[in-house]
Design a protein around this ligand. Sequence first.
Ligand code: SAJ
Length: 435
Amino acid sequence: MEKIRKKTARICILGMGRVGLPLATVICSRGYRVTGYDTSAERVNSIIEGKNLNGEPKLEILLSKAINSGMLDVTSKLDDTQKYEIYIVAVPTPIQNGKANLNHLKTALKTIGTMLDGRELVVVESTIPPGTSRNLIARMLREKDLVIGQNIFYAYAPERILPGKMIEELTTCNRVLGCFDKTSALLATEFYRRITSGEVDITTPETAEIVKLIENTYRDVNIALANVIARICSYFKVDPMEAIRIANKHPRVNILKPGIGVGGPCLTKDPIILYSQVKDYGYESPLIIEARNVNNEMSSYAASQIDMAIKKYFNGEPLKIAVLGLSYKGGIGDTANSPAVRIAEQLKNMGYHVESYDPYLPEAGSCRSIEECVKGSCCIVIGADHPEFSNLDLEMLRKLTSYEKPILYDGRYIFRPTKVLKAGFIYVAPGYIKA
Ligand code: SAJ
């Protein structure tokens, strides 16, 4: 406790990925020394060189400060003779065969198992199925004669880190800590209070495990409802965004936005972890899996809408389509499970000539500029809601296409249909068409 307060506690973070790296930079900025360990030497080198930061705001600055000041040491060879007071596990738990694969977590626990000699605080930030803290982590520690609350301390502190706003949310978000005992709770609270200005909730490990999974499941189910609404609206020529905007004026309604689907590493995975774990107990939670299916189908639905609109309004071959934005969402450069990438592939498979451009990921697209991508296209697909796109000069874009009335497929509902129509486009979006 004294070392946490005086900031002399040394921190070791296992897994320098999407969660571990920004967390390490924030902890350093709070005055602690951190060793960041990752099994991939390639990843370690790219961190040291400041590469592959997905355009995450503030991360580059915090990282170079942490490395240049010597507060952060990043390594793929952990010196197991070193002593740390706090170990934070932030390794991935990807879905494999419909379940969370916990191999990286087990390996990380084995690695620290040889370094723990009692009285350290072990924190797990990775997303894990309910019951994992008790049935796997506590058991693995016991095999090393480490009993939580006696000679070792433990907290499950699920990450809450929004890509595109990681540093901001890490330092302000409310956090939940799942602990078996009071001392662990006191130590972990003392530490996390120094990381975030948000509230820290203490609860049981099982509650914290479920909390993490239901947050992303809630969002996935809500977006699925928005997507179902969009498809319902299509039969009545109703603008789904207008319907949702007005419905949301009801004091107890808050429906999210329909779109070409849900991507990223979290919403596509966490509902499945919850679903598969509870299925083992005999309950098939149909809503969760149905929401996943609805959201997954949106990219094929979008590709078929685009195909139908092109067939209706254009004749002749070959037809070029421009996809603007390949990231899974706006404001970041990350194509993890990106619906925009899937749509581009599907349209190619339908025989279209597809070009793409993403200002956040210059290497991912086939073009180096919006102009190059759009030139000569009969259809422009907005694949990501990058903030820059909403200010695009639509009339200039239409002129670049060389078509009198090209199609703009607003995959993320970033434009008002009237504005797009005024610029001379046919407006198509998930569940909506206005010519
Ligand atoms: N999306 C929609 N409609 C919306 C909102 C989002 O279709 O109204 C799509 C996005 O375009 C994207 C996907 O959903 O493809 C996911 O984006 P997101 O911004 O909802 O979430 P992530 O995956 O970037 O981050 C989520 C966040 N979880 C919640 O908001 C509950 C974040 O706070 C978590 O920390 C993160 O998962 C995580 O690491 O678990």
